[in-house]
Write a protein that binds this ligand. Structure first.
Ligand code: CP
Length: 366
C-alpha cells in the first residue's frame, strides 16, 4: 500500500505494480505495414509479400487460435462492390469475422457518390468521413462499371489519396492483388520454391468477356517470385503494355524468360503450371462504352482455344489454376477443371487466409 493525497486527504491505495509486457513468442509481424494500401502486389516489397504469405499459411494451419486472430476486434471493414462476386465478398466477410471484426457490404449505388456521369458526394469527402468510422476500405470496380480501361484504377487511387485508412483492391480493371497472392500461396505449397518453374497463361474462349485484373496480377507476382512466363493467345489479345513492361523487368531481375506466342502448343510445352482464362481485347472499351457482346462474339470464333486433357499432356504434368468463376466448356473442359491436377478450390480457399493476413497486418492491432 502507498499513501496518496485525494482532495486534500491522505488515503491508502494499492500500488500499481509495473509489469513487464509479456514477450511475444513466435514470428514477428512488422508494424510498418499498418496503414498500407494494397492496389497491386507490384507496389509492395517482395519481403513484405513473403510476410503476408507466411502469415496466411500460419492462419490456414491455425485458423482460430493464431496470435493475430483478434487483431480486428471491434473494427469494421467497408466493402464497395460495384460488380458481383462470390469468393471476394464471402471471403472478406468471413476474414473480418474470424479476426474479431466486421465487414459491411456497401452498395455504391446507395451512397450518392459522384461519378463521371452523375453528380454526388466527392471521393475527398466520402473517404475522409469513412476513415473516421472504419479500419479499411475494399473496392471492386471493373468490366461494365467503367467506361475506359484505367478508370477503376484511378478510382482506387483517389480513395487511397483521401482516406487515412488502408484501401484494398478487391479486383479492379488492372489488378487483383489478393487473387495473385492466393495463386502464389497454392503454387508454393504444391511446387516449393517457384524460381525457374514455368507458368503458362493461355487465353481461352469465353462467354463472359473477362477483365485483365486477375491475369495481370498473376503475371506480375509469378514473375516477381522467379517463375518463367509463357503467354499464349490469338493475335489481338495484347495486355496492358505498362504491366507487361513490369513483368519483363521482373523476369529479367530473376534471369527468367518471358515468352509471348500465338502458337498454343508452343505455350503448353514443358510448363509446370497452366492458367487458362478468357480476357477481353484492348478494343473492348471504345467511345466510353464497354462492348461486351462484341467481345463475346469475337471470342467464340476461336473454338480451338480451350484447355483440354490433350493439351495438358504437352506439359510437365502441370497444375491447372484459375481464379474462378470458371467458364467450363469454353476456357477449360470439365475433365481438366475437375481433374486431379486442378487446384482451383485450394486457391479459392487461400483467398480467406491471404485476406486475413492482409487485414491483420495493415489494419489490425497487435
Ligand atoms: N476470383 C474472384 O474474385 O471471384 P469472385 O468474382 O467471385 O469474387
Amino acid at each position: 500500500m502507498v499513501r496518496v493525497k485525494v482532495h486534500g486527504k491522505k488515503v491508502s491505495v494499492k500500488a500499481k505494480v509495473k509489469r513487464k509486457t509479456a514477450r511475444t513468442t513466435g514470428p514477428d509481424y512488422p508494424r510498418y505495414l499498418r496503414g498500407k494500401d494494397l492496389i497491386t502486389t507490384q507496389e509492395w516489397e517482395k519481403k513484405d509479400l513473403d510476410v503476408v504469405l507466411r502469415t496466411a499459411n500460419e492462419m490456414k494451419k491455425n485458423r482460430f487460435r493464431h496470435p493475430l486472430s483478434q487483431s480486428m476486434y471491434n473494427k469494421s471493414f467497408f466493402m464497395f462492390f460495384y460488380n458481383p462476386s462470390v469468393r471476394t465478398r464471402q471471403s472478406f466477410e468471413v476474414a473480418a469475422t474470424e479476426l474479431g471484426g466486421h465487414a459491411l457490404f456497401l452498395e455504391p449505388g446507395g451512397m450518392r457518390l459522384k461519378t463521371a456521369r452523375t453528380a454526388g458526394e466527392t471521393i475527398e469527402d466520402a473517404a475522409n468521413v469513412m476513415s473516421r468510422y472504419a479500419a479499411g476500405i475494399g473496392i471492386r470496380i471493373l468490366e461494365d462499371k467503367i467506361t475506359y480501361y484505367g478508370e477503376g484504377d484511378q478510382l482506387l487511387r483517389d480513395y487511397a489519396r483521401w482516406a487515412s485508412i488502408p484501401v484494398i483492391s478487391m479486383a479492379h480493371d488492372k489488378y487483383h492483388p489478393c487473387q495473385g497472392l492466393s495463386d502464389i500461396m497454392a503454387l508454393q505449397n504444391r511446387l516449393g520454391d517457384l524460381k525457374g518453374k514455368k507458368a503458362l497463361l493461355v487465353w481461352g474462349k469465353g462467354a463472359l468477356a473477362r477483365s485483365w485484373s486477375s491475369i495481370q496480377e498473376f503475371l506480375l507476382i509469378a514473375s516477381r517470385f522467379g517463375m518463367s512466363i509463357n503467354v499464349a493467345s490469338p493475335e489481338g489479345y495484347d495486355l496492358d503494355p505498362d504491366v507487361m513492361k513490369n513483368v519483363k523487368k521482373n523476369c529479367d531481375g530473376n534471369s527468367q524468360e518471358l515468352k509471348i506466342t500465338h502458337d498454343m502448343k508452343e505455350g503448353y510445352d514443358n510448363v509446370h503450371v497452366v492458367y487458362s482464362r478468357n480476357w477481353m481485347t484492348p478494343q473492348a472499351y471504345r467511345n466510353s462504352e464497354f462492348h461486351k457482346q462484341e467481345e463475346i462474339d469475337k471470342s467464340l470464333q476461336y473454338q480451338e482455344w480451350i484447355c483440354d486433357a490433350n493439351k495438358m499432356k504437352l506439359t510437365r504434368n502441370a497444375l491447372f489454376i484459375h481464379p474462378m468463376p470458371v467458364d467450363r466448356g469454353n476456357e477449360v473442359t470439365d475433365e481438366v477443371a475437375s481433374g486431379r491436377n486442378s487446384v482451383i478450390y485450394e486457391i479459392a480457399e487461400n483467398r480467406l487466409h491471404v485476406q486475413k493476413a492482409v487485414m491483420a497486418l495493415t489494419m489490425g492491432d497487435f
